[in-house]
Structures are given as structure tokens and as C-alpha cells.
Unconditional design. Structure first.
Length: 353
């Protein structure tokens, strides 16, 4: 794979095709930014109104029955408006991001597909029940999350890299209990999952867990009391499932400070965690701007879970011109680092891993 030639073709695409296309979308960005700014203003001003309401009550001391009703209306109304403002601002941003990404990402992936060993496309098929069941099985078998039974899909990409299947999915993971909906579920994870199907199976199961991983304990804030209890039980069950795993200390002290490595096969785990592997692991974390990253190597699958700071392959930033090249560069580095990782593992599997 000639990375420099690939990069040159991508930057030619940027100058020739993408800049004019993005310039044509600028009026839509400005319009969306005004709408976004309005909802941000609502979200910011609402708690200020609530604070004034509280301050007024403290000053007046007694406000009577009517005053009490007005106070409660203002209090609950301000918090409701803040929630609506935050939700709508996020919705405007995500909708615009999809609007921009739809045209751009296909052109970028088409250039990457000129590399014979790499062919990734947007998955535009419906998220079927069978696919969700298959994804849930892989996710729960990885043991890097507490139990999940619901998925909220966002962007998904499917294809092959160096003759192995690769799936990239931006999603949310939930435990829904008996309701089977996300309305009262508790959130376990929100971010990006990358699944790589190798042509040869791992002998054991190796898990790399960030010591500060966001899904280490689920978010139970919006769930029912029954689901809160279920959440605590699932945390305990996930700990019990790991009782047959032993902790692996690598020779890299800085890595040991940030990550726990658990394995059923110590020899294989140490064989996997080479300097080259850890370098590429860090490169992925940096390229994807991940807050945290977990990894599972089991059977024939490598599963990465990235807790992202922003949406995957994001280009549609409302606050600045779409022709800002740095965001395009970040996207390119994300895909290149992923290609590099898969190529590394493909070669190692061939020599007898």
C-alpha cells in the first residue's frame, strides 16, 4: 500500500471536487448555525431564569399560594426549556453533519477503494432484527461491556480490508429489560464499534480495558427503579464472567497505567501485545480522537469500542466554514490508521499467531 500516493490522490480530490461542493453548502451551514445558536441560547438562558426565580423567592420570603404556583411553573418551565434547547441544538448539529457527510464520504471512500486491498462502503441497508441480534451476540461475548440488549444505530460502514471483513458502526448501547425500547433504558455506551473478522481464530480471549472507560459503570439516571436494580446486577454479573481471566502485565509501564489487560491465555496475550501492536493501538486512539478505547480479541474477531469526543468522520462543523481543511485531514488519518492496524494483524496472523 503506497500511503503517500493515496494521500496525494485524496488531497487532489479535496482541491478539485470537495472544496467547490462544500462552498455550495455554505448558505445551508449559516442557516443551520443560526437555528443552532437560537437553541443554545434557550439552553443557556433557562437556568439563569431559574436562578432569578430562586433569588426572588429568597428575597420575598413568603409569596402566597398564587406566588407559589408561579414559582413552580417558572422553575419547571425553565428546566424543561433547557432540556428542549440542548436536545434541539444537538439535533440540528447532527442533521447538518449527515447532510454534509452524505455527499462527501462516498467520494472519499471511492478514492480509498482504489487500493486493491481496501474497499469500505456506507451501509445503507435497514438495521434488521437479525443484524441487531448478531451484533448483540458479538458485543456481549466480548465482555467489555455490562450486558446490553438494545442498539441505537447511527452511521455504519461495511467492507473488506486486506481480505478480512470490517464493520464500523457509530451507535448507542442500552439495557432495556422487558420493555425492549430505549425510552426507559439505561445507557451502557455511546460511540463507535469497529469489528474486524480475521481468517484465523485466537486461542484464548484477551481484553484491553481503559481504566477510565465511560461504560465501566452504566448511566442509570433515566431508567426505572427496576432497571436500576437490573443495572447493578449486570455490573456484578460482568465481574463474575471475568473470574477465569488473569491480569496481564505488559513490559510497557505507561500502557499498564492506563489500561487493564485480562486474558484466558497469558502466552497468547503477551505474544499479541508487542511494541508494534501498542503503537498502532495508540495511533487509533489519537486518530479517532477517542476519550477512551476498549478492545476484545476472541475467536476470529477483534472488537474496538471508542468513546468518541464527537461524531465519527465528522465534517459538518457549524461554527466554521466547511472548507476548513483540518477536519478532512483528521478523517483521512482515521481511515489510514485503521488500514495500518488491519494490515499489521493480517501479516501477523499469516506467520502463525
Amino acid at each position: 500500500m503506497d500511503k503517500e500516493a493515496l494521500k496525494n490522490n485524496l488531497y487532489k480530490l479535496w482541491e478539485k471536487d470537495l472544496v467547490p461542493l462544500l462552498q455550495a453548502k455554505e448558505p445551508e451551514r449559516i442557516k443551520a448555525y443560526k437555528t443552532y445558536s437560537f437553541w443554545v441560547f434557550i439552553a443557556v438562558i433557562s437556568p439563569i431564569i431559574w436562578a432569578i426565580d430562586i433569588f426572588t423567592l429568597m428575597k420575598l420570603g413568603t409569596i402566597g399560594e398564587l406566588g407559589g404556583i408561579i414559582f413552580e411553573v417558572v422553575m419547571f418551565g425553565s428546566w424543561a426549556m433547557m432540556a428542549i434547547g440542548i436536545r434541539n441544538a444537538k439535533s440540528v448539529s447532527k442533521k447538518f453533519d449527515k447532510y454534509v457527510k452524505k455527499d462527501i464520504i462516498k467520494k472519499i471512500l471511492a478514492i480509498f477503494s482504489t487500493v486493491p486491498e481496501f474497499n469500505i462502503k456506507i451501509d445503507s441497508s435497514n438495521k434488521t432484527d437479525s443484524r441487531m441480534r448478531s451484533d448483540l451476540k458479538v458485543i456481549n461475548n466480548s465482555n467489555i461491556f455490562v450486558y446490553v440488549d438494545g442498539i441505537d444505530y447511527d452511521d455504519t460502514f461495511l467492507g473488506k480490508a486486506f481480505q478480512v471483513q470490517i464493520n464500523i458502526k457509530e451507535l448507542g448501547l442500552y439495557c432495556c429489560g422487558e420493555s425492549k425500547t430505549n425510552e426507559y433504558a439505561y445507557s451502557v455506551f455511546s460511540g463507535c464499534l469497529i469489528s474486524i473478522d480475521m481468517n484465523k481464530k485466537f486461542k484464548g480471549h484477551t481484553i484491553i480495558k481503559s481504566k477510565q472507560f465511560i461504560s465501566r459503570f452504566p448511566d442509570l439516571s433515566t431508567s426505572s427503579y427496576l432497571l436500576k436494580l437490573l443495572g447493578f446486577l449486570n455490573v456484578i454479573k460482568s465481574m463474575i464472567k471475568l473470574k477465569d481471566y488473569s491480569k496481564v502485565k505488559t513490559e510497557f509501564s505507561s500502557f499498564n497505567e492506563k489500561y487493564d489487560v485480562l486474558a484466558t491465555d497469558q502466552v497468547e496475550a503477551r505474544y499479541l501485545l508487542t511494541t508494534a501492536f501498542i503503537d498502532r493501538f495508540y495511533n487509533l486512539k489519537t486518530a479517532f480522537k477517542a476519550k477512551h478505547i476498549n478492545c476484545s480479541l476472541k475467536d476470529n474477531k477483534i472488537l474496538f469500542a471508542f468513546s468518541l469526543k464527537e461524531d465519527l468522520f465528522k465534517l459538518g462543523y457549524l461554527r466554521e466554514p466547511l472548507t476548513e481543511k483540518s477536519h478532512f485531514t483528521v478523517m483521512i488519518e482515521q481511515i489510514l490508521s485503521l488500514m495500518d492496524f488491519v494490515e499489521h494483524f493480517k501479516l501477523n496472523m499469516k506467520i502463525g499467531l
